[in-house]
Write a protein that binds this ligand. Structure first.
Ligand SMILES: Nc1ncnc2c1ncn2[C@@H]1O[C@H](COP(=O)(O)OP(=O)(O)OP(=O)(O)O)[C@@H](O)[C@H]1O
Ligand SMILES: [Mg+2]
Length: 268
């Protein structure tokens, strides 16, 4: 198991074992909720987990209890003025959990990256120097340069899909972007899978969406369903993961199952 110190030591050659971009350009599908709570459960087996907040909305940063308006340094600074990522990474209450935070400054990154050499690879350069068992990147709801940076830095992509009528909308564009990144920048990028979020088994719509996603994605669809659960929605307002907020809730049990299923997939 990696200690905090070894987790943030610069190591030019050692890439983290698993860098997972959590991406869907649709807003409000559960990317941030998944990043925070999946990360929390991945630490349970003694792993070191870094969550990278790559969204200018900085919901992961505030959801993990940090005040996004009083940060000395954020992902934006790491990308553009190159301080050590290790001084920007914050230790979160849960053992093994770390955050590379963001604030609204990151909105400028989409524009500033355009004129940066190797503009798609800036995040990869930062993450390659870190040594965590897992790095989860919470992406913004767009397929702009921040998301392309996340895909270029990642070993895997996890796609949360909300069980609603328009669930499939945009997925072909997302898959096409992943394919372009594979061809141009990151040939080994793996689609780890699609996870259904905000599932309500009382509605036939949720079941229809599940059937449709099974048809399209086959065994890429995670068996674990993340239910709509009010405890998951409340937790970020307390700056807590679901483990600290209500570890017996349906939402907590679902993210625990998702972490297990994800680890199984990565090992197979
Ligand atoms: N399983 C769930 N049950 C209940 N509420 C949820 C669940 N997942 C997410 N939410 C709530 O739905 C809203 C959107 O979730 P979240 O912020 O995780 O989505 P997102 O994809 O990160 O959004 P954005 O695209 O804006 O970054 C939030 O208010 C969140 O608390
Ligand atoms: Mg989000």
């Amino acid at each position: 198991m990696l200690t905090y110190e070894s987790g943030i030591t610069n190591r030019q050659t050692n890439m983290a074992k698993n860098v997972i971009a959590i991406l869907n350009q649709k807003g409000g599908v559960g990317k941030t909720t998944t990043a925070i709570n999946l990360a929390a459960f991945l630490t349970k087996t003694g792993r070191s987990v870094l969550v990278v907040d790559a969204d200018p909305q900085a919901n992961t940063t505030s959801g993990l209890g940090l005040d996004k308006n009083s940060l000395d340094s954020t992902l934006y600074d790491v990308l553009f003025s190159h301080p050590e990522a290790s001084t920007t990474i914050q230790k979160i209450g849960r053992v093994g959990l770390y955050l590379l935070p963001a604030n609204a400054n990151l909105a400028g990154a989409e524009v500033e990256l355009v004129n940066t050499p190797a503009r798609e690879l800036q995040l990869k350069k930062v993450l390659d120097q870190l040594d965590f068992d897992y790095i989860l990147i919470d992406c913004p709801p767009s397929l702009g340069l921040l998301s392309v940076n996340a895909l270029s830095a990642a070993t895997d992509v996890l796609i949360p899909v909300q069980s609603e009528y328009y669930a499939m909308e945009g997925l072909s564009q997302l898959l096409a972007t992943i394919q372009q990144v594979r061809q141009a920048l990151n040939p080994n990028l793996n689609i780890l899978g699609v996870v259904i979020t905000l599932y309500d088994n009382r509605t036939s719509l949720s079941q229809q969406v599940k059937t449709e996603l099974e048809r399209h994605f086959g065994d890429k669809l995670f068996e674990t369903l993340i239910p709509r659960n009010v405890r998951l929605a409340e937790a970020p307002s307390f700056g807590r993961t679901i483990i600290e907020h209500d570890k017996w809730s349906k939402g907590a049990r679902a993210y625990k199952a998702l972490a297990k299923e994800l680890e199984r997939r990565l090992q197979s």
